[in-house]
Ligand binder design. Structure first.
Ligand code: CS2
Ligand code: MG
Length: 405
């Protein structure tokens, strides 16, 4: 089943997505997501110049060989751009294999390990009471786990708060240059314990909470936060400190029993191997698009399971519905799946382009039994939404020091 052509589409239904379509000589095609938020065109060029020419004529069935051809076969490997390119090809080849087999992808990954995929929703607010009202809405909608993010009094924009944006899918909006945001750890610490104290007071301990610190704390500050929040019994505290230094998590782990989640910025198993084998985290959050695809996600999940670490795949609005449906096939099948981040199925424009049958019911998502990934990409509709360069924000401390966004 030789690869005849590989097409790359960049569309912007409220935010940019990079979609890859691998077409075989038999006419069967597969879809993959290659979106790296704010660096989309770097992946497009990498694919066009350094991947596509090498794959034409290869057998689409040879998923592992092609994966290693694009990884081991490359001297300058790893990193978000290279691994997103590999990921998109890998997802598309699995899609093709499922279509040829006439089976939904999860059946090729070992079948179902659970009835549905438990997801957690986002509750963001300008104030603590706003945020708690959003939690109440999530509970009303049937979610059993909610991520709480609240604006920090005294700071103009804080991660996770939409500001004047209608919804997440406008988060990128028109950002021709990186917007600058200010961060203050002390102002954050003045708010965060109140947030969870009031949340537990209002909702009790039935509902599970998570919180994303977005790598903004030093290791000892992370340890302090983990300790401070122990009595509120979070499901996990996400990205407390930067992910580059896995050593950080030895110090954090030493001080707190609050479960830790990390990994959305990781691109390979090597990036998280030490964390996993030393059980320094409890949830690994790699995403198929950023970590090298379905093949790589399976490898990382299996390695993590040896050390009692569960998966909690990243599920932000900048991961396209193709990545999300790939996660659903992995999540329904992976024995040590923990929970999936969920910010909605996409805005109206996105749903015009990416058509799927996934549905949410009572805090769980169910994937269709259509062969392959079970998602379609409307190339004509996609043309309507032209790529618009957009950047993620840059963060500075109040004295101007560059910080982690
Ligand atoms: C966040 C992401 O959802 C999350 O956990 O960390 O929204 C992250 O900010 C974006 O994926 C960055 O592109
Ligand atoms: Mg995060």
């Amino acid at each position: 089943m030789k690869i005849k052509d590989i097409k790359i589409f960049v569309s912007c239904p409220g935010r940019n997505f990079v979609t890859v379509k691998v077409i075989t000589e038999d006419g069967v095609y597969g879809l993959g997501d290659a979106t790296v938020n704010g660096r989309e065109m770097a992946v497009v060029t990498y694919l066009e110049e350094h991947v596509v020419p090498c794959l034409i004529g290869r057998d689409a069935h040879d998923i592992e060989d092609i994966w290693h051809y694009l990884y081991r076969g490359v001297y300058w490997r790893r990193g978000p751009i290279t691994m997103a390119a590999i990921a998109a090809i890998d997802m598309a080849l699995w899609d093709i294999k499922g279509k040829v087999a006439g089976l939904p992808l999860y059946q090729l990954l070992g079948g179902k390990s659970r009835t549905g995929v438990t997801v957690y929703a986002h509750a963001n607010g300008e104030t603590i009471s706003d945020t708690l009202d959003k939690v109440a809405e999530c509970i009303e909608q049937g979610f059993k786990v909610v991520r709480l993010q609240c604006a920090v009094p005294g700071l103009t924009e804080t991660y996770g708060v939409l500001g004047d944006k209608k919804d997440y899918f406008e988060l990128q909006g028109n950002r021709p240059l990186p917007p600058e945001q200010t961060w203050s750890t002390s102002k954050y610490f003045n708010m965060v314990e109140d947030l969870f104290e009031q949340a537990r007071a209002r909702f009790g301990y039935e509902i599970e909470f998570t919180h994303d610190v977005h790598s903004r704390l030093t290791p000892i500050e992370s340890a302090k936060l983990g300790k401070m929040l122990e009595k509120y019994n979070l499901l996990f505290l996400e990205d407390p400190s930067i992910a580059e230094n896995q050593e950080n998590y030895k110090l954090i782990r030493h001080h707190t029993t609050t479960p830790l989640a990390l990994g959305e910025t990781y691109n390979t198993l090597w990036d998280c191997k030490d964390l996993l084998q030393n059980q320094l985290i409890d949830y690994i959050r790699v995403a198929a698009t950023h970590a090298g695809g379905i093949t790589a996600m399976k490898r990382i999940a299996d390695f993590a399971s040896v050390f009692n670490v569960k998966t909690a795949p990243h599920g932000a609005p900048d991961l396209s519905p193709i990545c999300f449906v790939a996660h659903m096939h992995l999540n329904i099948s992976t024995p040590n799946f923990g929970i999936q981040e969920y910010v909605g199925m996409g805005n109206e424009e996105t749903l015009k382009i990416f058509k799927h049958e996934m549905y949410l019911e009572n805090g769980m998502i169910y994937v269709s039994d259509k062969p392959g990934l079970g998602i379609e990409f409307d190339e004509v509709a996609a043309e309507e939404y032209v790529y618009k360069r957009s950047y993620l924000p840059v963060s500075r401390l109040e004295d101007g020091t560059l910080w982690h966004w």
